[in-house]
Design a protein around this ligand. Structure first.
Ligand SMILES: [Cu+2]
Length: 151
């Protein structure tokens, strides 16, 4: 009988540990866009979802348009100001990613992959004054590149 009680106590303890393990995880990651998160190999977006009116609307265009490019290639922004940028992909996947000049391979902001025909609105706080390079990660080598000048 004592052995049976001991077994019961052990079982209850194990269940408590299992429950704690389930409930103790970190909070679910925040959505990074107004659309459902998509599987991606891109770095985590540092953007926040927003419903604010867009300061800029940029089309991300590929082969169907004749060349890989942003229809709005160059932006001039004010340091420290937060901009709402509405991105729309054509029939190919694209990103809008601002390179971090101090950390090669990292981005100050990265939209993450937009799937074909997806629209995603991101926010981007302009960094310190300077010139920054914005790329589409899969199409950088095809000159899908722009410039952000921050004043
Ligand atoms: Cu692209």
């Amino acid at each position: 009988m004592r052995l049976r009680n001991l077994a019961l106590v052990l079982l209850v303890s194990l269940m408590a540990v299992a429950l704690a393990a389930c409930g103790g995880g970190t909070a679910a990651p925040k959505a990074t866009a107004t659309t459902a998160p998509k599987a991606t190999t891109a770095p985590t977006a540092t953007t926040a979802p927003t419903t604010a009116a867009a300061d800029y609307t940029i089309k991300l265009l590929g082969n169907a348009s004749g060349s890989y490019h942003f229809d709005l290639k160059d932006l001039t922004l004010t340091a420290g100001k937060t901009y709402t940028i509405k991105l729309t992909a054509d029939a190919e996947p694209h990103t809008w990613s601002v390179k971090d000049p101090k950390n090669p391979g990292k981005y100050l902001v990265d939209s993450g992959y937009l799937t074909p025909n997806e629209t995603k609105t991101i926010q981007f706080t302009a960094p310190a004054a300077g010139t920054y390079v914005v790329i589409c990660i899969p199409h950088e080598s095809l000159k899908m590149v722009g410039t952000i000048t921050v004043k």
